[in-house]
Every structure is written in C-alpha cells, then in structure tokens.
Design a protein around this ligand. Sequence first.
Ligand SMILES: *Cc1c(COP(=O)(O)O)cnc(C)c1O
Length: 357
Amino acid sequence: MQQVYNFAAGPAVLPQPVLQQVKDEFLSYHNSGMSITEISHRSSLFQDIIDDAEKTLRDLMQIPDDYAVLFVQGGGSQQFTEVPLNLGTDNVAYIDTGNWSKKAIAEAQKFPSLKVTTLASSEATHNTTIPSVPPVSANYDYVHITTNNTIEGTTYFDLPNVGENVLVGDMSSNILAQRYNVQDFGLIYAGAQKNIAPAGLTIVIVRRDLIGKKKGLPAMLDYGLQSAKGSLYNTPPVFNIYMAGLVFHWLEDCGGVDEMEKVNRAKAKILYDYLDQSKLFSAPVKPAFRSLTNVPFVTGNAAMDQKFITAATEANLLNLKGHRLVGGMRASLYNAMPITGVTKLVHFMAEFEQGEK
Ligand SMILES: *Cc1c(COP(=O)(O)O)cnc(C)c1O
C-alpha cells in the first residue's frame, strides 16, 4: 500500500494501529464469531465496549463524576439545536469566532422564547483572532464558544472569563488535542470525525445538574433521557463507539492528552515556522491564536494555490485544499497525523517554493 498523508479536516486521518486492529478483529469480535457491526447493542459484549470507552475518556480528560458522558448521533450540528433546547430558558449568549459559531447562533435564534446575545465577534479581523470579551455580568443560561475554529484556524488557549455563567464549548476539532479543564465548562460537545472516530458519533460531556430539568423534550434530543439510559435509549452507533474506545486507548498508549499536546505543538510549530519565513506562502492567523489542529495558509494567488494543491496531491500529500469560505490551503494536523507527515509537507512546500523562484 502506498504511503499517503491525509490532511483532511474531517472525516480525517485515524491512527494506523487502530485501523489495523479493526481489520484484524472485524470478522469475529473477541472470538464471538460475529463482527462488531453485527452484535446487539444490548449484549454484554457491547456494554463492555461502551463502559470501557467512557472510562478511558474520563481518564484522558479527567472528567469528574458529576459530569455525564453521552454518546449520541446527529453530529456537532445537531448540538447547535440541543444546547439551547436543553439549557436555554430565556437568555443565551455566544461568542462569534467564525463559521461554526455563526451556525450555532443561527440555530439558537430559531427558538422564539430565547433572547440570543453575541457578546463578541472576531469578524472585524476576518476571524484571524479570538476576540476579548467585555466583563460578562448578566445572567445567561450559558455562554457558548467554539474552542477551535476548524475553518479559520484559530483556537482558545485561554478561556474567556464568563463570570458565574455556564460555559459551553464546541470542541469538535480540538477535543483531546490539547488540555482543557473540563470543570471550566458546563457542557462540551464534539463530533467524532475530526479527532476520535468515523463520522456518525457525537460526544457530549455535561454537568449533571444542568440536565433533566426540562420536561417534554423530544426524546432523541433530551440529554436527561440519554443520560438516564446510558446512551442506550435507542440503537447507538455501535461501530463508532467501538472505534472511539480503541482511539482512546491508543491515545493513552501515546502518553495521554498532555503528551499529545506536546507533539501537536511541535507539529504545528514546524509548519508555522516555515510559513513565517516563506516568501511564497503565509499564515493569516495572528500567532497568539494559531490552531494546533487546523492550519490555513495562502499564496495570495488562487491559480498558484491550485497549482500547489495539484502538485501536493501528486506527491501523496492529500486534501490540502482550504475550506471554500476562505480559499487557499489548510493542513489539518489532528492527533493521528504523524510528525513525519508535517516534515514531508514542509519539505515539499520548500521545494515547490524553490521551483517558483
Ligand atoms: C465539523 C464541525 C462541526 C460540524 O460537525 P458535523 O458533525 O458535521 O455536524 C461543528 N463545529 C465544529 C467546530 C466543527 O469543526
């Protein structure tokens, strides 16, 4: 098999040892004679899988017992609806840091009973920064942030001070890639397909006292019900939860989140250092806010960008095209992207630049 490096933003690269293990045990999970895709979600085989996945995630992220961990479906996008549905009573607040924040805000605005306030926005800097937030005194049901802006390439390294308000984080593209203190949040959610597992699974980590209070919510969207049923109210995405568990163990084997953050910082530094001295390519995001997991870069010339993407693809450096909203290129450097992928990319970019002189 040819060696490629997949820089896609999501679905994204998964750890090779995990894919190998999935392959090895695909036809007969734990000598059951059945594939993981054939076993009942009510079987003890699966109960062990979901319990183990939850326990390993709790260890990795140091999730306290007063938080529930939910394995649900619908992607990050469904959480844009579930958060206001479950936690909103009258006033909710958002910090706008780009496309995914805007989508979250738009969904909250569909609730006629909610007043939606945007506390700060990065729009004035074309989303190349994380805005500072004026003191938040009012009593919001929650303040929502996007911890990593997958499209624009910005990240919160310091969380905003939201006072007594509950902080909600869309962590879809940097969960487990850098350390956050779970207790700083009332709720964290993440679609799995960026850094955890195949598309189709969403992780929700929520303080138990925040859920189960509202009555009459649609069952599938009710955190309280999902928590009470141990994420088994209906058939969960069995295969994805199994793979998530394997990825969590792989991450443990790599030394856990703190060790992975060190590697991710080293990976990102290699690319940003090159970009900052390049005469052809540049990184639009201000240094203090540069994402470890999603690195946009440009030449400033759309035809040159395309020429680069085509050449990189031929060199097995795949999926470097930037999001259609921002153009240019984007290299996603999730946990499963090895450091050699980044050094190969930078080497290739330097050669390309030399050829364009
Ligand atoms: C990808 C992404 C989403 C949307 O995820 P889906 O699972 O496709 O709904 C939401 N927020 C962020 C930050 C993302 O990166």
